[in-house]
Design a protein around this ligand. Structure first.
Ligand code: ADP
Ligand code: MG
Length: 238
């Protein structure tokens, strides 16, 4: 059974067709990259998958269960996690408090449990020394890593990442890639990664899905997609 299966997703914004009959299937533990030129509909697809935006038509299933009508919060509880293209942290809370907010999406945990879960997640991400600092004291790169840590504290089965490497320096990108590989290996989480850095896509993804003007124009291994003339012309036409 697929970890995530989206079928026939169409999304209109007034006269604009942002997504047109898009299908996306992700197997348990699979690493899929979602690429495409700016405005292709990548973030919109993530918004539809997570329930922030209702699809005009289409269905979404998580572990075989139809979640199309669930709230964002219930989808998180069902095991769907995401990060945003433009981060959303609580600036005045500490790092660990932000991660505890993520952990609290899971039911029935005491504050002590939330704190120990959050600390364990920070440690595996190499961020434990920042636990008690306010978000406002962190570098941009560390903020992005805290965002990732916060969503991991929700213990997702499927993790959707919207350009997590944007704005990171070379060393931070390497660190992020190593962490993503480790997360996937340890937790068997399926990952959908929106990413512009093709080097990163080639090194991480098993399968690549390409959107252009809301239409899926290619799907295959990184090597297949890179050699696809339709993909090349979509990028050249940008
Ligand atoms: P990508 O993430 O691939 O760069 P987006 O999903 O952000 O692309 O946007 C796809 C298209 O949908 C763009 O033309 C964008 O302007 C439009 N769009 C996205 N969100 C909205 C919205 N809330 N209202 C109207 N148009 C939107
Ligand atoms: Mg986007």
């Amino acid at each position: 059974m697929s970890a995530l299966q989206a079928t026939g997703i169409t999304k209109r914004f007034g006269g604009l067709l942002a997504l047109s009959e898009v299908d996306l299937t992700v197997d348990p533990g699979e690493f899929v990259a979602l690429i495409g030129p700016n405005g292709a509909g990548k973030s919109t697809l993530l918004n539809v998958l997570t329930g922030l935006s209702a699809p005009t038509t289409g269905r979404i299933a998580l572990d075989g269960r139809d979640i199309t009508r669930l709230s964002t919060h219930d989808r998180i509880r069902a095991g769907l996690g995401r990060t945003f293209q433009h981060g959303r942290l609580f600036e005045r809370l500490s790092v660990i408090e932000n991660v505890m907010v993520g952990a609290a999406n899971r039911k029935g945990r005491s504050e002590a449990e939330l704190r120990s879960t959050a600390f364990a997640q920070l440690r595996r991400m190499g961020l434990e020394r920042f636990a008690d600092q306010p978000i406002s004291a962190l570098t941009y790169g560390n903020r992005r890593m805290v965002e990732l840590t916060r969503v991991l504290a929700c213990e997702p089965r499927v993790l959707l990442l919207d350009e997590p490497a944007a704005g990171l320096n070379t060393g931070e990108v390497e660190d992020l890639m190593a962490r993503l590989r480790a997360i996937r290996a340890q937790d068997k989480i399926a990952i959908v990664l929106i990413e512009h850095n093709m080097g990163m896509v080639m090194r991480l993804a098993e399968r690549v899905v390409v959107l252009n003007f809301g239409v899926k124009i290619a799907e295959g291994t990184p090597a297949e997609v890179q050699a696809d003339p339709a993909v090349l012309s979509a990028y050249l036409g940008e």
